[in-house]
Design a protein around this ligand. Sequence first.
Ligand code: PRP
Length: 176
Amino acid sequence: MGETNLQIQVLISAEEIATRVGQLGKEISGDYAGDDLVVVGILRGAFVFVSELIRQITIPLEVDFMAVSSYGPSTKTSGVVRLLKDLDTAVEGRNLLIVEDIIDTGLTLSYLQQVLLSRNPASIKTAVLLDKVERRQIDFSPDYIGFTIPDRFVIGYGIDHNQRYRELPYVGVVPE
Ligand code: PRP
């Protein structure tokens, strides 16, 4: 509201995303063939990626969501994440695939993995659309990665700037 529109350049087009998400869906379908699968989407950013990814997975699955938020600017370094919404699903003995729009420092995914591991699932893997690998503060490698990207401010395809731009069908960058 009242904010000037950003000048946006396309970093990854809608077509490129669709192709890559199709490949990931196929890979995930093969890896979990014959197994139980619970897709855990992390709100809010991941909702677009989750919705496209699950339509590219050809095996039965369940979807649930968690919402997390940082405790403030310092969290990006402390790794403390506040759980705003927990799963409704009991996950003991089940195969979990945590799905995120982006991994940056790695603190959020690392925290979520710890939280979910304490519930004794059969397995936990992680899928991210975007990996800003050079920003990592702890050693964390997602199992499925859509694109490795440079350390640029990205928006679109679920990712916001002040809660805007999530609806863009591509991943954009704001020129520096
Ligand atoms: C983004 C993203 C991850 C987190 C990754 O969420 O969806 O949850 O940051 O950063 P990290 O690897 O440094 O922990 P954001 O805080 O922007 O919230 P949102 O998904 O609700 O937009």
